[in-house]
Design a protein around this ligand. Structure first.
Ligand SMILES: Cc1cc2nc3c(=O)[nH]c(=O)nc-3n(C[C@H](O)[C@H](O)[C@H](O)COP(=O)(O)OP(=O)(O)OC[C@H]3O[C@@H](n4cnc5c(N)ncnc54)[C@H](O)[C@@H]3O)c2cc1C
Length: 523
């Protein structure tokens, strides 16, 4: 096991350190980004995640690094420009995980054909030097030849544009590894239960619990950053019992289908569904992801569940555009994620009017909260957060280092050619495991590409501690084929138990817990 990523090594460091510069609460895109920014500026940084990296919204996105064509239509030019810039940086910094994805908007009226062609020219201009490729208009013949399953009745042509695509939880894991390589301590399965304050009421630490040992730690820091997504208000209420909710969850679901529903390399973007939303059909890991919805909810959880009406909406919209009919039985996996939108003052239902840009709030206790934004802009959100801590005098002034910073694994790779390419520079080490022990080259399931060696790798080098950590976020089995993931859970549990030295009872519990989660990914 790589000593750097070993849990015991990391926990020992929190036992030995009396004060940190920065403690980040939450290990999603936002928290990991903040930890990366802080540690690369040279601050002594600790991140605590209650379950696993990207366990929340950050593993349940549409997997796009995009400016947001929808925000462009809303006239939010600054937001689009910022995201397109970040998209360009990520392609350079995490080239093994980010690919250039072509999208086709199928146009069924001449007006739409012209409207989207002009709009996407603006998108191209906003991307500037970091453009992923020029948008173009294509005729009906080319549209149907590239999108084999598109309905061609009344089709006039298509508009092609380019955006980024990535693997969200793999990027989260690789950012966590990068943080550790730069000297940070990054721990999953470690929950913050309480905030500590000095005599002046300034927050100066946290009480956190190691879920594996049930040991509790008082950890001190100059700056505490709340990056807990939909859990933001829980931390704000630890700070001030009477604090008002600032976040309202909005749910988005995705269905995962077999590649035959969209056999080529192009994705489809439907810019305006019946109720004015955007729907994407995107090739991903040899499947097709279809989503998403935007449903305001009053409650939240780490494993939100898709509503029937959301499923019906996605299936019926897809069937309006595809000539291969989608039925519920075709759904290989279904997942739901929650956007931490800023709560409106009157709790109204108008999600489209709620700002999608990020917000940084400094409480009276000097707790810094970062919320909103999107995966694409995680680096910029982190830069702004640490700059804020500097500007209020909590940290010495050091400039941001993350614009040009290689994320762990970064290596030019031939995307989609081999599923191990996703590991970038780690791929050779996984191949080495297979050469040393050929049994590790065996596939886990006939419907999934994953090998036993990847499970060993995830445990030894990627801080995976549970079956869910492995099957949902190290390999993406749960998202690609939920039933297959349930079938291989016992095998994965036995590998995990052997590596971590766990007994039969623990194994039974793991299988039970994972099956309960995974059953909600089966439609
Ligand atoms: C349906 C959907 C699709 C999306 N698609 C895209 C997309 O294609 N591209 C894009 O750029 N963005 C997309 N987004 C937005 C993006 O996914 C989110 O902005 C981002 O993942 C939010 O990350 P986060 O770290 O703020 O929240 P989270 O990922 O939810 O992380 C918060 C973390 O805090 C932890 N936590 C909470 N309380 C505690 C505690 N007490 N102690 C320790 N840890 C704690 C949680 O366990 C969780 O892991 C999408 C969002 C949704 C909902």
């Amino acid at each position: 096991m790589t000593i750097l990523f070993k849990r015991e090594t990391l926990v020992k460091q929190i036992q030995e350190n009396s004060e940190w510069d920065v403690i980040v609460i939450g290990g999603g895109a936002t928290g990991l980004g903040v930890a990366l920014d802080a540690t690369t500026r040279g601050y002594k940084t600790l991140l605590l995640e209650q379950v696993d990296f990207a366990k929340g919204t950050s593993s349940k996105s549409t997997k796009l690094l995009h400016g947001g064509v929808r925000y462009l239509a809303q006239g939010n030019i600054d937001l689009v420009k910022e995201a397109l810039y970040e998209r360009g940086l990520l392609l350079k910094n995490a080239s093994h995980l980010v690919s250039n994805q072509s999208f086709i908007i199928p146009n069924y009226s001449w007006w739409d054909n012209l409207f989207y062609a002009v709009g996407l020219k603006v998108y191209d201009i906003l991307a500037g030097k970091l453009s992923f490729g020029k948008s173009t208009r294509i005729n009906k013949k080319e549209t149907t030849s590239r999108l084999k399953t598109i309905k061609n009745e009344h089709l006039k042509g298509g508009t092609v544009y380019h955006d980024g695509q990535f693997d969200d939880s793999r990027l989260a894991i690789n950012i966590a590894q990068t943080c550790i390589e730069y000297g940070a301590v990054i721990l999953n399965h470690f929950k913050v239960k309480q905030l500590l304050k000095n005599n002046n009421g300034v927050v100066n630490g946290v009480v956190a619990n190691d879920s594996e040992t049930n040991m509790s730690y008082n950890l001190k820091a100059k700056v505490i950053i709340n990056a807990t997504g939909i859990f933001t208000d829980e931390i704000l209420q630890m700070d001030n019992v009477g604090a008002k909710n600032i976040v309202r969850p909005s749910q988005g679901i995705h269905l995962v289908l077999d590649k035959s529903f969209l056999p080529g390399n192009d994705a489809i973007m439907i810019p305006k569904t019946d109720d004015g939303r955007v729907l994407f059909l995107v090739p991903w890991h040899n499947r097709v992801i279809v989503g998403t919805t935007d449903t305001l909810l009053n409650s939240y959880s780490l494993e939100p569940r898709a509503l029937n009406e959301e499923v019906n909406f996605i299936i019926s919209t897809a069937n309006k555009y595809l000539n291969k009919k989608v039925c519920k039985a075709d759904v290989l996996s279904i997942y739901a994620g929650l956007r931490p939108l800023a709560a409106t003052k009157d709790n109204s239902e108008k999600t489209k009017e709620i700002s999608r840009s990020h917000k940084i709030i400094v409480s009276n206790s000097e707790l810094i909260t970062i919320t909103g934004g999107k995966w694409t802009t995680f680096r910029r959100m982190a830069e702004d957060t640490i700059n804020k801590a500097i500007s209020i005098g909590k940290l010495p002034n050091v400039s941001c280092k993350t614009k040009i910073l290689q994320i762990h694994g970064s290596k030019e790779s031939l995307h989609n050619a081999h599923h191990l390419n996703i590991y970038g520079s780690d791929q050779d080490s996984i191949q080495k495991l297979i050469i040393e022990t050929p049994e590790l080259g065996e596939k886990l399931h006939s419907r999934l590409p994953y090998r036993k060696a990847e499970i060993i790798w995830a445990i030894r080098n990627e801080m995976a501690r549970t079956v869910d950590d492995i099957l949902a976020r190290r390999v993406r089995a749960l998202f690609l084929d939920a039933k297959a993931a349930i079938e291989i859970a016992p095998l994965v549990t036995s590998i995990l138990a052997k590596e971590l030295g766990k007994d039969k009872l623990w194994q039974q519990q793991q299988i039970k817990e994972f099956t309960t989660i995974a059953n909600h990914y089966v439609l």
